[in-house]
Each structure stands twice: as structure tokens, then as C-alpha cells.
Ligand binder design. Structure first.
Ligand SMILES: O=C(CO)COP(=O)(O)O
Length: 256
């Protein structure tokens, strides 16, 4: 945690979820209607097909809804893509950019990820910019170098604590059930914090840095309690309302 920073617990549903899954969003929207929501923000990023209906389910809930990607341009001939304006038009308030699966599946570069984050800012969305090293990069002792490069090249100069969130997701921890040690998470997040402060000054102290990769109810309290970990980006465990709410609820103990 970072002093005076409101943590964000975010779910990334990836390419999962049909209309039947809206029940889970409804349950999460109801489940986060607790006093904890003043202190901890909750977000679900369903597939684009569910975005508009999901926001309609959350009108009376503090649960925010976001998208998983956006195009760097506001409109035009880009078949199959989604603009940041379209997400905002569906009442989405966040968009994930530069997830490692998009960097791999769609060859997204740091440069493109930065342009997508800028498009998000222009549409008044908050961009969750994902970074993280692969297993090979880690084995080669390059983890911090990769983090430094991705952070500096993927995050726009216009990032602020309001419009930008960083998600550190070591690629080897995604969907594997394996997480870094608490010491490794602490080291990586302290490094990112120092990089952000060096670049953005006081604002860099408040930009949220989420941890992602095999977060589940059983490890949430330990991981979320680490210094400079300002929440989670959850994949698999965000698909079930009970699991997501258990992770969210870990802050009950951490903040009491
Ligand atoms: O990629 C992730 C979230 O964006 C993490 O996925 P898992 O929580 O399934 O490991």
C-alpha cells in the first residue's frame, strides 16, 4: 500500500464471459456496496460485447466498468477495433492497455501502447498500462531493465494519478498459479515507484501500481499488504463473484 492512495482492485475477464456471466457482474456490483468502497475502488473489465450492459447494471453501485484494449485513433477504418471514445460512450471509465497477451498476440510495442494510453486520456478514460518481464528475461537477470524500459516507453508524459494506473504483471506469473515472493514484489514495486517519482515528481508518489499474476483469495492479503502495491489486476479469479469479492475483502483486514 502507499499512504494516501486509494487502492484499486480490478478484474480482467480477458476473452471470457457471455450474457450468462452478467449475473457475476451483478453480484460483484452488489457485493462492493459496503463502507470499504469509500477506501478501495473496484473495477471489472468484461469483454467488449458486455460493456454497455455491464455499465447499466452498475448505475447504483460503486463498481466501475472498463474495457481491455482500445485503438490509438479516435475513429476510422480499423475493422474489429474499438476506440476509447466508444468505451466512454458505453459509460466505461477505464481501459487496460499493453497487456502482455496483446503485446504477444498482436505484436503491440511500447510505442503503440503509449499511443493507446494517450487515446484513453483524450477520451477521459483512466488507462491501466501493463508492464512485466517474461520468464527468460527474469532468468537472464533483466527484470528491472525490462520494467524500466516498458515504464518509460509505454507511459505517456501526460500521465497523472487520475488518468493512469500501472499494472506490474510478470508474464511468468499470469495464469500459472506461481507468484513472485513478497520480497521480489516489494523490490519491483519500490523500483517502479522510484522511477515514477524521478519522472513525475510528487505526482509519481500517487500513481497507483497494481500487482497482477495469479492473485487469488488465499494470497491477496499478503500481496496487497506489500509497500507500493496499490491493488491488484486479477484474471482467472475475477470471473467468479465470490473469489473477486474475497480478494476485495482482503482490504478489510489490511485497512482496519
Ligand atoms: O493477466 C492477468 C490480469 O490481467 C492475471 O491473470 P491471472 O490472475 O489469471 O494470473
Amino acid at each position: 500500500m502507499t499512504p494516501d492512495v486509494r487502492p484499486l482492485v480490478a478484474g480482467n475477464w480477458k476473452m471470457n464471459g457471455t450474457r450468462a456471466s452478467l449475473d457475476q457482474i451483478k453480484a460483484i456490483a452488489e457485493g462492493v456496496q459496503t463502507p470499504l468502497s469509500v477506501k478501495v475502488e473496484a473495477l471489472i473489465c468484461p469483454p467488449a460485447t458486455l460493456l454497455y450492459v455491464a455499465t447499466a447494471l452498475c448505475t447504483d453501485s460503486p463498481l466501475a466498468i472498463g474495457a481491455q484494449d482500445c485503438h490509438q485513433n479516435p475513429s476510422g477504418a480499423h475493422t474489429g477495433d474499438l476506440s476509447a471514445e466508444m468505451i466512454a460512450d458505453c459509460f466505461g471509465t477505464y481501459v487496460i492497455v499493453g497487456h502482455s497477451e496483446r503485446r504477444t498476440d498482436h505484436a503491440e510495442t511500447d510505442h503503440l501502447v503509449r499511443a493507446k494510453a494517450e487515446a484513453a486520456f483524450a477520451a477521459e478514460l483512466t488507462a491501466i498500462v501493463c508492464i512485466g518481464e517474461t520468464a527468460d528475461e527474469r532468468k537472464a537477470g533483466q527484470a528491472l531493465d525490462i520494467i524500466k524500459r516498458q515504464l518509460s516507453a509505454s507511459v505517456p508524459d501526460s500521465a497523472t494519478p487520475e488518468n493512469a494506473v500501472i499494472a506490474y504483471e510478470p508474464v511468468w506469473a499470469i495464469g500459472t498459479g506461481v507468484t513472485p515472493t513478497v520480497e521480489d514484489v516489494e523490490k519491483a514495486h519500490a523500483f517502479m515507484r522510484s522511477e515514477l517519482v524521478a519522472r513525475f515528481g510528487d505526482a509519481g508518489k500517487k500513481i497507483r501500481i497494481l500487482y497482477g499474476g495469479s492473485v487469488k483469495p488465499s494470497n491477496a492479503k499478503e500481496l496487497m499488504g506489500v509497500a507500493n502495491v496499490d491493488g491488484a489486476l486479477i484474471g482467472g479469479a475475477s470471473l467468479k463473484a465470490t473469489d473477486f469479492l474475497a480478494i476485495y475483502g482482503a482490504y478489510d483486514a489490511l485497512l482496519s
